[in-house]
Design a binder for this molecule. Structure first.
Ligand code: HEC
Length: 390
């Protein structure tokens, strides 16, 4: 998965829900998620709706990217969960952890624009030229600046840091994961000072689903029926309203098969397509060669000498350039030129960024040609980012 909605979504990647049959229904909730309270309420309502003996199993999905032991987590989830609640799926690029299935969405959430209450803006377009907007590292709103060149990113390590910057007035707005905002505003009783607007940009909206594996299809079906009943009589909407996001009632879920293509399916079909349509040459060999050196000097410490990833994610292969993510060269170039190096964003000369981009593309199997890549071309490029490297 590329830029992930939140860290706890990442730790759920690769979860294999497994069977605990002590209770009729064991629902797992990530207690570190800002949605935990809502998930618990949904779980309880599903329990009483189905008259099943319901057990809620808490796990802690927090922890930093390196410190969290995914294997341990998988073992825990496997032993303890029929369904894992609260998994956010990008409505514009649905994908699930390998081997997992998803229930039909029980709610919707996403990234919201948080504004001082005096602001009249109703979208990013409404922000004054030069507005600095707080965003969290590795979250999709980092991409929204491509389409809105008059505003700029102020990147923070956590959602809370971004909201604090808004509170201090060092930024004019923030784009933050909705559940975090709802929790924060509720806790701080700051609903008077700030208001939120749902972002409609691509990859801003997510469906909330419960994850399960093949062995739990029957339990998942019971969960879905209960959710449908709760939705019909309005109880679900009430449970979800604290998150300030729409309940399932407001949007008709897409037909199941269309929505829940497995990630493997999307990858397979898109990579077949990419074999037929070779990417055009975008840069020269000289640029990529120069970029290799500049990459070692400025990026390798975090992304690894062979782009394999360290403190920063891998910049090569299918995790970096996954066709299912539907990224373009321009999107990634914008991240690189505005947010990298992570410790000193936008500190390199424009040509250096272009050359480093040429190097990254070549490493991902893009061909060199005779025309030089320019900064503006790189930024606007709609060439799909699909790695041909392994
Ligand atoms: C101090 C460590 C550090 C340095 C130096 C650094 N990065 Fe990063 N980079 C990160 C981290 C951490 C992330 C993930 C957070 C984010 O996306 O904001 C990241 C994310 C990225 C991404 C997005 C990857 C994806 O899959 O979405 C790209 C592309 C990238 N870096 C390129 C570069 C380039 C090119 C350089 C050198 C000019 C560089 N980085 C230097 C730490 C670093």
């Amino acid at each position: 998965m590329r830029i992930r909605p939140t860290r706890y979504a990442l730790v759920l990647l690769g979860v294999a829900a497994g069977g605990a049959h002590a209770a009729d229904l064991t629902l797992c909730v990530d207690r570190s998620s800002p949605m935990a309270q809502t998930d618990v309420a949904v779980a309880q309502a599903v329990g009483s709706q189905t008259h099943a003996k319901t057990k809620i199993h808490y796990f802690d999905g927090s922890g930093d990217d390196d410190g969290f032991d995914l294997k341990e987590f998988n073992a825990l989830a496997k032993a303890s969960c029929d369904l894992v609640l609260g998994f956010p799926v990008d409505a514009d690029a649905p994908g699930l952890p390998e081997g997992m299935r998803a229930t039909t969405p029980y709610g919707h959430t996403g990234f919201v624009l948080v504004l001082p209450s005096a602001s009249r803006a109703t979208s990013l377009d409404g922000l004054a030229k030069g507005t600095r907007v707080a965003v969290t590292y590795q979250t999709t709103p980092n991409l929204f600046f491509v389409a809105h060149p008059t505003i700029s990113a102020d990147v923070h390590l956590t959602d809370d840091d971004g909201l604090a910057a808004l509170d201090r007035g060092t930024v004019g707005a923030a784009m933050i994961w909705g559940p975090t905002v709802a929790k924060h505003l509720k806790a701080a009783k700051e609903t008077q000072r700030f208001h939120t607007v749902e972002l409609t940009d691509a990859h801003a909206r997510f469906d909330l689903v419960a994850l399960y594996d093949d062995a739990h299809a029957e339990v998942a079906h019971r969960f879905e029926s209960a959710v449908a009943a709760l939705n019909t009589d309005g109880r679900l909407g009430k449970l979800l309203s604290p998150m300030a996001m729409a309940g399932a009632a407001t949007r008709t879920p897409a037909p199941r098969n269309a929505l829940w293509r497995s990630p493997r399916d999307t990858t397979a079909s898109a990579s077949c397509a990419s074999k037929d349509t070779k990417p055009p040459p975008l840069f020269t060999t000289a640029q990529a060669d120069a970029g290799a050196t500049k990459y070692s000097d400025n990026c390798a410490q975090c992304h690894g000498p062979t782009l394999e990833g360290r403190a920063g994610p891998a910049l090569k292969g299918k995790h970096f350039a996954n066709p299912a993510a539907n990224f373009h060269v321009g999107d990634i170039f914008t991240i690189v030129s505005q947010n990298m190096p992570a410790t000193q964003p936008a500190s390199l000369p424009q040509d250096d960024y272009v050359e480093i981009m040429a190097f990254l593309l070549r490493e991902n199997g893009y061909p060199a040609g005779s025309a030089k890549l320019t900064f503006d071309e790189a930024k606007q490029s709609k060439v799909p980012l699909v790695s041909n490297a392994n």
